[in-house]
Design a protein around this ligand. Sequence first.
Ligand code: HGY
Ligand code: MN
Ligand code: MN
Length: 418
Amino acid sequence: MWFSSDRQRIQRDIEVLAQFTSSPGQGVTRFSFTAEDRAAREYIKQQMAASHLQIREDAAGNVFGRRGGRRSDAPVVMIGSHFDSVKNGGAFDGPAGVVAGLEIARILDENQFITDYPFEFVAMIEEEGGRFGAGLFGSRAMAGKVFPTELQNLRDQDGVSVAEAMRGFGLEPANITSAIRPADQLKAFFELHIEQGPILENAKTAVGLVETVVGIDQWEIVVQGRPDHAGTTPMDMRADALVAAADIVQDLYRLGKQAGAGTVATVGKLQVWPGAGNIVPGTVVFSVDIRSAAAAKIQHISEALRAAVYDLPERYPGVITRIKPVLSVKPTALSETVLQIFEEEARACGITTQRMVSGAGHDAMIMAELTEVGLIFVPSRGGRSHCPEEWTDYEQLQKGIDLLLSAILRMAEFRKPD
Ligand code: HGY
Ligand code: MN
Ligand code: MN
């Protein structure tokens, strides 16, 4: 490869961004529209400015750095990922792809590479949904899939709505539709991400080329029973919301297991009110996350889940239930053209690759509704992610960035200087 990324700069970016957390010493917690978001965004903008990119933020809060091309009105080749995190997460989930864009922008700037098509480097927000519960927010805003009702109704654990948080951050939620990107403004979207699983490490493959991103159905379920004295209320007089909810949790687990390999179902968050040891649980609210590369399997589990929730009052008299859809994205096949560009470029520079399915959701699956998309993975140590132990060696990250740079130069029609 006649150019290469700079490992020190990559490491510095990851380490600086990891400092912007509300849980120091317990991994990275960086929710959207918070002080940690502000600090990370300012660093990203500073790095973009140093590479002479034209910087702007859209109405959703995504940060863009534009680098012109010979054809200034041509659709852009967009590169990036998200910079929010889960609670107590790791330093690489999201920032690996944002830093890949920052480092590529530096290389283009230093070498004065000129391409026919312009570039946009993007740092997206609220991909995890860690604060408000509905993820892929930054890419959904570009795809026109964020609706005013969501901004009013989704609230964080303090009851602050998305709209209130946006206003407090200097954004006007009423302008959200101005973040929409017409498909003809985009030539392609590329995302580098950590694998968050063990496949690449076990196979000793340097880069994963994602063919399909699993579909996701997410629900919120409310079970309303009756709070009572835990000592004086006989067992057959209770409407215990937690015992009833536990049935649904078990039902979901069985449905996920029965669906076979490649399909998963998870209850990751469950809250009990009033939440005291001497009170029979009155209300339980919990999350459901169903994923598969097979849309029919997701649909089967979601339908069985809804039936079980509707039947619950039969099994537990005095209990009432509510089920609310949070997110639904179909399994997404990514561009075969882009996959072949990655395979050709990888062969040319001796980087090992393998095609794979992504069990994690990514902004790339939403951007695929607008344009051709390439999503590549770099290995995760021990397959761990969404935890402070999340780790990728900088050499591994560097290989992914070098391959990504080769591919986007092809896509943007770069002509090597004579
Ligand atoms: O949930 C996911 O798959 C991603 O980490 N947002
Ligand atoms: Mn994640
Ligand atoms: Mn991610």
